[in-house]
Design a protein around this ligand. Structure first.
Ligand code: HGY
Ligand code: MN
Ligand code: MN
Length: 411
């Protein structure tokens, strides 16, 4: 392995660990859309990109953008990016690794003339934690952000417009964003977040498709009442109803090959030990490589919620937060990644992604491709999420080979 690549790989890993300290919660990594620590992330990345002579800006959605030195204002650009935000109590690599990798590749290729410029994009919001809607940064870049998203409120009652203003941005700008007209493609380097590459003893994998996902909020509505005086037979317990339904979600998912269904958040009100819950909002996340299977499973799960409500004299309301279609990635760029992996002497592993990524949004407006790097233990969305030094060096080697081959084909 090229010693210089290993040194750069260590710098990438060190940078990700440093940025993991930019958090809303001391002692853990939690960094949501346009939160205060996002300013620190921008400052770190901007300083590094400026040292490389890159032109740095922040767009209307709070995405940080860095363009290679000497790039013509209007000319072909290869976008390399991922997201800056995290889930609560996250690891140090989900998202940010892809942004740091983009900057590292510009550093490595500084002396390599290219027929296009590389633009690094750090998306402001992919996880959907703060406002319950994912992909705000990439949807703004792709021109697919709908106005209703701007009205979404966070737990403190502030909406997306407020968040933009609080961060020093003008809400008009996010709606004025347009797809970069000169973009020739988008590439995302990302941890696999699952066990497949480790099971194959592989350092990198070429993603050819990303599973579709549905995200909903299902509210069970009953009657709050005294926990000590209300007989079991007279209760309309919203939390008990939601709990029964969570088991149903698991049963439906287990019955369909390749389907996953998750209730990750339960919000029961009034939320006191001695009060029967009158209302309970449960989040639902359903994914599958085939959209018909996914959407039919959502239908079954919601019908089962109706049955639970009927039996328990509850009402239910559902709100769909996301219906993101399964996304095939660009066959020419996927093939180019496979060639690059082979060229650096690594085994080629094609795979689908169960996790959602900005690439599935950007793929709607330009050719997009992804390269996964092994997740030791298959762990992600957890502080134990990690990467191996030699795998990150492999990822960079493949990235260089990919860009050099793309340049040859564009010349
Ligand atoms: O939830 C996901 O699939 C991704 O980690 N945002
Ligand atoms: Mn994630
Ligand atoms: Mn991610």
């Amino acid at each position: 392995m090229d010693r210089a690549l290993v040194t750069t790989a260590q710098e990438v890993i060190d940078c990700c660990h440093l940025l993991a300290n930019c958090t809303e919660e001391p002692g853990q990594t939690t960094r949501t859309f346009l939160s205060a620590p996002m300013h620190q992330v921008h400052a770190h990345l901007s300083a590094w990109m400026t040292r490389l002579g890159m032109t740095v800006s922040v767009d209307g959605a709070g995405n940080i953008r860095g363009v290679q030195a000497g790039a013509p204002a209007n000319g072909p650009r290869l976008l390399i990016g991922s997201h800056l935000d995290t889930v609560p109590n996250a690891g140090a690599f989900d998202g940010i690794l892809g942004v740091v990798a983009g900057i590292a590749l510009i550093d490595i290729l500084q002396q390599t003339p290219l027929p296009f410029a590389i633009e690094v994009v750090g998306f402001s919001e992919e996880e959907g934690v703060r406002f319950g809607v994912p992909f705000i940064g990439s949807r703004a870049l792709a021109g697919t952000l709908t106005a209703d998203v701007l009205n979404r409120q966070d737990g403190s009652g502030r909406d997306v417009r407020d968040a933009l203003v609080d961060f020093g941005l003008n809400p008009q700008d996010i709606t004025a964003m347009r797809v970069p007209v000169d973009a020739i493609g988008y590439v995302e380097f990302h941890i696999e977040q699952g066990p497949v590459l480790e099971s194959r003893s592989a350092s990198v994998g070429v993603v050819h498709a990303i599973a579709g996902q549905s995200r909903l909020d299902v509210e069970f509505i009953g009657s709050a009442n005294h926990a000590g005086t209300t007989p079991m037979s007279l209760r309309r317990d919203a939390l008990a109803g939601a709990a029964e339904w969570v088991g149903v979600c698991e049963r439906v998912a287990r019955a369909h090959d390749g389907l996953v269904a998750t209730v990750g958040r339960i919000d029961a009100r009034p939320g006191a030990t001695n009060v029967i819950a009158g209302r309970c909002v449960a989040s639902l996340d359903v994914r599958h490589a085939d959209d018909d299977v996914r959407r039919s499973a959502v239908g079954i799960i919601l019908a089962e919620a109706g049955q639970v409500a009927l039996r328990r004299h509850l009402e239910i309301t559902t709100v769909t937060r996301l219906d993101q279609a399964a996304t095939p990635l660009s066959p020419p760029l996927v093939a180019l990644f496979q060639d690059a992996v082979a060229r650096v002497g690594l085994p080629v592993h094609r795979m689908t992604s169960g996790a959602g990524h900005d690439a599935m949004v950007v793929a709607g407006c330009m050719p997009a491709a992804m390269l996964f790097v092994r997740s030791p233990g298959g762990i992600s969305h957890h502080p134990d999420e990690t990467v191996r030094l030699d795998d990150v060096a492999d990822m960079l080697a493949v990235g260089v080979a990919f860009i050099e081959e793309l340049a040859r084909r564009q010349a």
